[in-house]
Design a protein around this ligand. Sequence first.
Ligand SMILES: Cc1ncc(COP(=O)(O)O)c(C=O)c1O
Length: 413
Amino acid sequence: MDNNISVVVNEEKKKGNLEQIVALDENVYMPVFGKRVPLVVDHGKGVYLYGTDGKKYMDMIGGIAVNTLGHSNGKLCKAISSQAKKVIHCCNYYYNEPQTMLAKKLVERSFADKVFFANSGAEANEGAIKLARGYWYKKGTPKPKIITATMSFHGRTMATIAATGQEKFREPFGPVTPGFDYEPYNDINALKNAIDAQTGAIMLELIQGESGVHPADFEYIQNVRKLCTENKILMIIDEVQTGVGRTGTFFAYEQYGIQPDIVTLAKGLSGGVPVGAVLATNIVATGFGPGDHGSTFGGNPLACAAGLAVLEEIESKNLLTNATNISAFLFKKLSAVAKKTKKIADVRGKGLLIGIELDCGSASETKMKLFEKGYLVSAIGSNVIRIAPPLILTKLQAMKFVSALQDVLEGKE
Ligand SMILES: Cc1ncc(COP(=O)(O)O)c(C=O)c1O
């Protein structure tokens, strides 16, 4: 085949691949994602994803705060492949070293004494909810009520939709798990009024990521801690999205000067290999005894070896400092774009979890225009662009994204 013809054939093949996959997906995949962005991901490297059409995209959403180290990180790939060659999975009838070592590292880095591994954020939160209820039950004073915040998001399983303070996630799937109450975020008086003898835990995100990147006020969280201590209530912090360096510290709670009783992690912990974790103090961990909880896959050697590699890379590459510095740079540059274009109403968040609230135009339209320019972001609700890029993002890459956003907002091609 001559060269020109082979180029044309390849282009057609690539185009065909997108069309074929989209058509096939419509037939065989449940329609829970609606219409997806027209990109069939082929591979990734660093902060970039490449489509089967050969196009390169800066991944400013990082698998929704999952790809802590970016794509195809050498250390992470090596850890996964060497672990896979040794043993991918063995059930929890036996010990496995990566599981114990990852638990040890998380304990060393946190308020916690004990860890349980699951496979996702929702599963970690299920574990936290069960642990809190089990704790009070075993003390002989069952207190099943858990207060969460309105507009929170804690997952999509039956207990976590019940914990999620947004009716739209619960309504079609009732009856939902009872025992949850929702109070306005950042409103300490509402919490005070909602507490009763049945209240065993208060469960909060420190940044409400899924509902538009809304950070909790420092004072509010300090007061929640006090309220919990005074009323013998467990404080559960859902760090599924904010954990593992996302906000510039390993845990976001470190920035609030508090010690929670239970913390959940997932997304970024193993850099893309499914994982979840429940962290608790020794006292609270008494809520689980033998047979009370478990998971076939949870804490398997592969996921935990990946987690260990992520933690080592965060340390050796100073990624917490990088996240903090790039965050400050992004906030400065995005504020300048807001001033110049008058099309951004607010820029908020912490570290590399940032919400850009648009003043005009729809977030999904802006997302698609950025996609056409080679940038991947998420649109939340009607007017917020969320970014959660890998913690390895450089200033130059951050600047390129800001310029692309400015061009889109100014209507430049
Ligand atoms: C704060 C929070 N909790 C829980 C979850 C659910 O995690 P997963 O999708 O891994 O079940 C999410 C997902 O976006 C989240 O942001």
